[in-house]
Design a protein around this ligand. Structure first.
Ligand SMILES: *Cc1c(COP(=O)(O)O)cnc(C)c1O
Length: 459
């Protein structure tokens, strides 16, 4: 081992050159790589006694697996909500591994200041006031978890309990209200011991996956002043639709409820003057969750959480030990102690492209979604299931059941030009396409529509 490590160290320039060449080869072919692949799983390798050294390990990896990697970083992967990686973010991310800083504590590196600075840049990008204290996490799931853990702490403190010390044993239930919360919100409630079933459904506005503020108010009145957590969507995952944060926020304010806003991708509407109105009322939020690896176009795994209740947040997440120091370190804000320098790719892309660059990126995604929606509405094969609000197109085949939809997805994947994901919306088996990659451009739209048209004729 020692010998192999010394040999690899002496060959580091060559190894990094090989990594650079591999990355460049992959990225150059990305627009032509199949958007999604359904790989044949190979039988797993065992642990070698004698290692291979880095060069042979890289060659083995590439030989066995590279062809089976998806083009999810490319321009026509429209599944889930999938961002790419801007050149500046990629450069930053490479250096994160080279620098290998631990962001848990300040005091021995300036890296933590870069994280604070990056959080300030994001706050400015989203138009959040300085009351919102941020933290980097691994994605919006973790951001929702941090938000709801903080909300739970707040709610039980109002009833005279410190759940971070006492646990939930014997404590009263906390009411959670929401319209169409994302699956990761339910996951967070499961992790927190509150349970997925804790969510009491608020009736939605007709034909939309967003809360009826009047119905929310009636439920809050019925709860008689008990502390309540309300979960709103800024960008519902099927349709991109937004809760009316102004109306919902005023209702929450009147009844003293905690407002959590899941803005995994929708928070980026703030970048576009034409869409920023969708976030009107965001200032009422007590906590906000968002993703970096979606519309910011930094690599996985990156998300951020902003709350206006740092004291409660730190009561939940603090890790006190003599050796960890007593400073106001970021480790007291999130589940992890040791943390990757994931602020750097975000800092790099924000500095490299600025407010204008990220505005253009968001506006392009919205324009492409609108264009795709118009193309589908005019096609003999497809119909929209919801209006295009932001960057998501929710649509269905005009005829056929879920099995035809599934065959369509298979045909689309075999074709390779476009990847979409299935969904169920408005009681219909549907499809989703989300535009969040900086690489996707005008020229992709006819390719996307042609691939969808051809696939529909095949099933
Ligand atoms: C993607 C998404 C999440 C979860 O984010 P991850 O990045 O997968 O952790 C939560 N909420 C919404 C609305 C999302 O779109």
């Amino acid at each position: 081992m020692r010998d192999l490590l010394s040999r690899d160290l002496s060959r580091l320039p060559d190894l990094l050159e090989q990594a650079r060449a591999s990355a460049l080869e992959f990225l150059t072919a990305l627009p032509e790589r199949p958007a999604g692949v359904r790989p044949e799983p190979s039988s797993p390798l065992g642990l070698p006694d004698a290692g291979l050294g880095a060069e042979d390990a890289l060659a083995l990896f590439r030989r066995r697996y590279e062809a089976g990697l998806s083009g999810s970083a490319g321009p026509r992967y429209l599944g889930f909500v999938t961002g790419g990686t801007t050149p500046a973010a990629l450069v930053g991310d490479w250096l994160v591994s080279a620098y290998d800083q631990n962001l848990s504590n300040s005091g021995d590196s300036l890296a933590t200041s870069v994280e604070h600075e990056a959080l300030g840049l994001l706050r400015s990008l989203f138009g959040l006031s300085e009351d919102f204290e941020g933290a980097f996490v691994s994605g919006a799931t973790a951001a929702n978890l941090v938000s709801l853990a903080t909300a739970r702490q707040w709610a039980l403190e109002r009833l005279g309990h410190d759940v971070s010390e006492e646990g939930l044993w014997g404590l009263p239930r906390v009411a959670v209200l929401g319209g169409a919360p994302h699956a990761s919100v339910l996951k967070a409630l499961s992790i927190l011991g509150m349970g997925r079933r804790a969510v009491q459904a608020v009736p939605c506005l007709p034909g939309r996956p967003v809360m009826d503020p009047k119905a929310l108010e009636a439920q809050l009145v019925a709860l008689g002043g008990a502390p309540v957590i309300v979960i709103a969507s800024a960008g519902e995952v099927n349709t991109g639709d937004f809760d009316d944060l102004e109306a919902v926020g005023q209702v929450c304010r009147r009844h003293g409820a905690w407002l959590h806003v899941d803005g995994a991708f929708g928070l980026f509407a703030a970048c576009s003057p034409a869409h920023a109105h969708l976030l009107r009322g965001l200032a009422y939020a007590d906590s906000v969750a968002a993703d970096g690896h979606k519309w910011l176009n930094v690599p996985y795994d990156s998300g951020f959480v902003f709350t206006r209740h740092l004291a409660q947040q730190e009561r939940v997440f603090r890790a006190v030990a003599a050796y960890l120091g007593q400073g106001p370190d970021l480790l007291h804000r999130t589940p992890e102690n040791s943390r990757r320098f994931r602020a750097l790719p975000a800092w790099m892309t924000l500095m490299a492209y600025g407010r204008d660059g990220h505005r253009a990126l968001v506006e392009r995604g919205c324009a492409l979604a609108r264009g795709m929606g118009e193309g589908l509405a005019a096609s003999p094969h497809y119909a929209l299931l919801a209006p295009v609000t932001l960057n998501i197109v929710c649509f269905a085949l005009r005829s056929g059941d879920a099995s035809r939809r599934d065959r369509l997805l298979g045909a689309l994947q075999a074709d390779g030009r476009v990847q979409c994901t299935p969904t169920q919306y408005a009681d219909r088996p549907g499809l989703r396409a989300a535009f969040s990659n900086w690489r996707t451009g005008e020229a992709d739209l006819p390719v996307i529509l042609a691939a969808l048209g051809a696939a529909a004729l095949r099933v």
